[in-house]
Design a protein. Structure first.
Ligand code: ADP
Ligand code: MG
Length: 341
């Protein structure tokens, strides 16, 4: 067999396998794009767990008519232009892969109007088999992306979709993580036309109000708060006390430089602290924000950016563990009884 370049559609579909695992990954990519576009309000409407439709509307800076098609192409990004940018990345996106991937496995309509453009334009493509079609449209400032019939042309992928309920739970999880890290953005989520989550904007420095809205008032009322700085690393944490320990891990939220993570190192450090302080065996509940210099962390480990790699992972681990441990031990006296195990 001779070597051939993959056709662009096939290349995009292969990449989609990594970026677009399920409807929730589409929701994550689209919301992150809206945040990068400076939106202060994002509305997400889901039909049938995202199997049928995922629609997102934002009031961000929009995409100019002559860039609509480019936005849907692979490796097209407005966010980085050289390796140096990649090493100090602050935007959520940078791979220029999401829209190309999503549009290769769905029927995608992108409608947008930048503030300085007098009318809106719409691009439509079906699995990228056909050319992108551009039409004039009516739309306020900002962008709407409508993703219908996800995986309609990749039956092997479609087979792996779970029930509507399960897929929607994953979407809600993504939505909650983003809501926690971006308190100053108004975020609304509906499912089958019913409002499910409404998070009005709060001041960036009033994180606890957003946490109360997302995780629950009981959690925030009982949480132990700590903030620690050490050698350019900052940890801000709300730590569940024994009254809100859970049997599942659904209340464990960690963020690195504003990005939601399910990072093993962070989880391990926190669990170790709980175990040392309280001998806890159940799942602790926590909301933890870690800030490090972008140069000390590599976010380009996985296409979906779930994991990071720290330059000094041991240091980061021990810093988190010690900070959490100190906070738990400090408050033990105040809480009185300590853990009931
Ligand atoms: P990336 O986010 O990695 O740059 P994407 O494929 O997600 O790649 O998006 C491609 C480009 O399309 C972005 O760099 C951005 O310029 C533009 N874009 C995507 N979504 C939006 C949006 N909601 N508002 C404004 N511009 C957007
Ligand atoms: Mg993106």
């Amino acid at each position: 067999m001779s070597i051939k370049l993959l056709a662009p559609q096939l290349a995009n579909q292969i990449a989609a396998g990594e970026v677009v695992e399920r409807p929730a990954s589409v929701v994550k990519e689209l919301i992150e794009n809206s945040i990068d576009a400076g939106a202060s309000r994002i509305d997400v409407d889901i039909e049938r767990g995202g199997h049928k439709r995922i629609r997102l509307r934002d009031n961000g800076k929009g995409i100019a008519k002559d860039e609509l098609e480019l936005a849907l192409s692979r490796h097209a990004t407005s966010k980085i232009s050289n390796l140096d940018d990649l090493e100090s990345i602050l935007s959520l996106g940078f791979r220029g892969e999401a829209l190309a991937s999503i549009s290769s496995v769905s029927r995608l309509t992108l409608t947008s109007r930048p503030r300085e453009q007098s009318e809106a334009w719409q691009a439509h493509c079906e699995g990228r088999e056909m050319q992108v079609k551009l039409n004039p449209a009516a739309h306020p400032d900002g962008t709407t992306i409508d993703v219908a019939d996800l995986f309609y042309n990749t039956p092997a992928r479609r087979k792996f979709l779970r029930t509507e309920k399960t897929e929607f739970q994953h979407i809600e999880d993504v939505f909650k993580r983003i809501a926690l890290s971006h308190p100053s953005i108004t975020l609304n989520l509906t499912h089958n036309d019913k409002p499910v989550r409404r998070f009005p904007a709060v001041a960036q420095d009033n994180r606890s109000r957003r946490i109360a809205a997302v995780v629950g008032k009981k959690f925030i009322d009982n949480a132990i708060y700590t903030q620690v700085d050490y050698e350019g690393i900052t940890l801000e944490a709300w730590l569940g006390n024994e009254q809100v320990l859970r049997s599942s891990s659904d209340c464990q939220f960690s963020f690195v430089n504003g990005r939601g993570m399910r990072d093993k190192l962070i989880l391990h450090a926190i669990r170790q602290a709980y175990e040392s302080a309280w001998g806890v065996i159940e799942q602790p509940a926590f909301v933890v924000f870690l800030s490090v210099s972008p140069r000390d962390v590599d976010v380009n480990v996985h296409p979906a950016k779930h994991e990071v790699r720290f330059q000094q992972s041991r240091l980061v681990h021990d810093f988190i563990c010690k900070s959490v441990l100190d906070a738990l031990i400090d408050t033990q006296g105040e809480l009185g009884a300590g853990p009931v195990i």
